[in-house]
Design a protein around this ligand. Structure first.
Ligand SMILES: [Zn+2]
Length: 152
């Protein structure tokens, strides 16, 4: 905020200085007066214009944020097939996590509330075989040979 005010004052001084410099070539005695008149005019005229522009920018940013929030909400909706609790018909339903969800059955028209629940599971790793597959096949064949056949 302070930096912006300083930049504004420097810009106002530069513009007023240019007018004063131009006046200096015409009449050097008037250059200081022109500088301060231009400095005052710029501050008096530009301040309300800046306020209007700032308010307009804030309004546009708020509108943009509102639209972005709606887009995020639509994009985060999950389409899930849910059975109607009254007739069993499967209905595609959009689920939002930040609001209560409900849908009307497309067959019977009854309203169904959607209960959302989450649970966790442990992360598991697959078992590793300590015996090479070829060796296990050989062992199985040996076991088969060791078993007496009923037909003999
Ligand atoms: Zn139904």
């Amino acid at each position: 905020m302070i930096v912006l005010a300083l930049v504004g004052l420097i810009a106002t001084s530069l513009i007023s200085g240019l007018f004063a410099l131009g006046t200096h070539f015409i009449n050097p005695d008037l250059s200081a007066g022109v500088f301060w008149i231009m400095f005052g005019l710029i501050i008096v005229v530009m301040e309300p214009i800046n306020r209007i522009l700032r308010a307009r920018t804030l309004k546009q940013e708020a509108e943009t944020f509102k639209q972005a929030s709606k887009l995020c909400e639509v994009a985060s909706a999950q389409q899930i097939a849910l059975e109607c609790e009254y007739c069993g018909e499967v209905n595609p339903s959009k689920i939002l996590l930040n609001t209560a969800n409900a849908f009307n059955c497309k067959k019977c028209g009854n309203e169904n509330n959607v209960h959302v629940a989450f649970s966790t599971t442990r992360t598991s790793t697959p078992f590793t075989m300590e015996v090479a597959p070829e060796q296990s096949v050989v062992d199985e064949l040996k076991d088969l040979e060791a078993v007496p056949h009923d037909e003999q």
